[in-house]
Design a protein around this ligand. Sequence first.
Ligand code: 1PW
Length: 211
Amino acid sequence: MAESFSLQNVLDTFKSSLSENKEIYIQYYIAGWKELVSFMNSLGTVFSFISKDAVNKIQILENLQAGESGSHYLTVQSMVKYELENELVDLTKRSSHPESGCRTLLRLHRALLWLELFLERLRTSTEESKTSVMCSDAYNESLAQHHAWIIRKATGVAFCALPGRDSFFQVMNAGSEQEVVALLGEALALISEVHQITEDLYGQNNLLELP
Ligand code: 1PW
């Protein structure tokens, strides 16, 4: 993405990701993630190790979309249906389908919860709040339980190097602090709706613990 990050872009892409009957277009889900990656990258180089894995996951999904079965990867719903019906998902142990769309998107889905919890903390924070604390609290409540010790250790180091609250508000590129807070509220409503729809879909199909 050539242009620099703005919170409005995140809002717009996640808005576009929801179809009328509340399916999630993978193309826009990915576009939303690309925005988030450019957000993370603007937070400094330590954070790029974190965004790197998200970039890998995005790439896997883009390859599936561009592949010969690409038409089945229009929405998260159609992907789940297609991959399950055709036994393209490793359900208990990574073996013949180590990089299914379902398990790949699940990683982004879990990370999205982290982001949601973090942005909610940022939205309701005060001047004294520490971004490193907000970020690690959000992480411990969500993604940490899915990560091995070594990764938790490394993310902990990355959080310590986060810029302060003021820089975050500036990076959002959405005007005054009040304006950012308002826009965060809007963006969070959407992100949380997209997250909930995915969570329900994955729950109904027993996909929440895919290896
Ligand atoms: C302030 C903004 C925060 C947004 C954070 C969103 C990105 C989260 C990426 C965390 C990645 C940490 C290092 C990689 C870990 C992978 O092992 C893990 N990937 C994720 C996205 O959690 C699991 O993927 P795997 O190893 O099962 O393929």
